[in-house]
Ligand binder design. Structure first.
Ligand code: 8YV
Length: 326
């Protein structure tokens, strides 16, 4: 930061233990209070912890609900989240209260798209079952018909939400010779579309999606988007992957379809109510499950932290946030 010497450094609350380089920069540039990472802050405790602060450096584990925002001390004028997703923030309440909110787009696009491909392969090629078979010494030798999975090449991949991450999934999937289809709130320009087929209605997208990748941000409108009726639109034995948010999937309905084989396999990195996921997923061998690690690379998590700090730096320098969502 360019604070003149001796100027008071802005006070910020840092709610989680972020990567070392990020913590070091926060400690260097701010009068930072580092919350002990062993407990999560929520509700009144979060509000109390903000007492005397000018800003907040937080993550999706801290929910900025309308009540929390209403309770924030006047002094807190900016909140920088360590995420691209902002479904943990009531943006309307933030705007009404004049709380600036920044997020971290772009820097996690590749890492998250990589995990979507890992989920597609893991689910379609039965990685979980194969891994277990080897480790549990149940692999009795090669067989021509054992562990047959679903081929990716030549299949139609439907991408729900063709933002930065959806487009990065498409780029990767083209390398697997998949045919790309998508639905997005608005159609992309031809150069961004790069030959992908646009479906104006999400239901039309589902009808062609032998593989479905969910990449749309969570909104009120798409809560439980993938329910029994929509699953019925998918081709038989489709593969579904989700790296966006668990709330887009109605777990009971997906589980029923995985049990019956209507859906061949699912790869899930995000879950409603995570980390307390619907326990039935753990009993299904046609699920490839990861613990919300889409952005979990060293480089990406550093870049996310720096981007969040860039948002705070800009605010305290009197400039617009580089990635402002409220
Ligand atoms: C984060 C994510 O790891 O940025 C997001 O929205 O979902 C993940 O990449 C997670 O939100 C924790 O910060």
């Amino acid at each position: 930061m360019n604070d003149p010497q001796n100027a008071r450094k802005p006070k910020i609350l840092v709610t989680r233990r972020f990567p070392d380089a990020v913590m070091a920069r926060a400690a260097r540039d701010y009068d930072a209070t580092f919350h002990d990472d062993s407990t999560l802050l929520s509700g009144d405790a979060l509000v109390r912890a903000c007492e005397g602060q000018d800003g907040l450096f937080f993550s999706p584990t801290e929910k900025l609900t309308a009540e929390v925002i209403a309770g924030l001390p006047e002094s807190v004028k900016v909140a920088a989240t360590f995420s691209v997703g902002v479904d943990h923030v009531d943006l309307e309440a933030a705007r009404a209260r004049g709380l600036k909110v920044g997020n971290t787009p772009d820097v996690l696009t590749d890492a998250t798209a990589d995990i979507a491909l890992l989920l597609m392969l893991g689910a379609a090629r039965r990685a979980y079952e194969g891994e277990r078979m080897v480790r549990e010494e149940r692999w009795y030798g090669w067989s021509p018909t054992e562990m047959l999975g679903i081929h990716m090449s030549g299949k139609r991949l439907g991408i729900l939400g063709m933002g930065r991450i959806g487009q990065a999934v498409a780029r990767r999937a083209r390398g697997f010779d998949m045919e790309i289809h998508y639905h997005n709130r608005s159609r992309l320009s031809p150069d961004l579309e790069a030959g992908a087929t646009y479906h104006e209605s999400p239901d039309d997208l589902l009808k062609v999606s032998q593989f479905l990748s969910i990449n749309a941000p969570a909104t009120k409108e798409n809560h439980h988007f993938l329910n029994a009726e929509r699953i019925a639109l998918l081709p038989e034995r489709a593969v579904v992957v989700n790296t966006a948010r668990g709330t887009l999937v109605k777990d009971e309905d997906l589980i029923a379809a995985l049990r019956s084989g209507r859906i061949a396999a699912a790869g899930l990195d995000v879950f409603e109510g995570e980390p307390k996921i619907n326990p039935v997923y753990k009993d299904l061998s046609n699920c490839f499950l990861l613990p919300h690690m889409g952005s979990a690379t060293e480089e990406t998590r550093d870049a996310m932290g720096f981007k969040a700090l860039d948002n705070l730096d800009a605010f305290f320098a009197g400039k617009p946030l580089p990635a402002e969502v409220a």
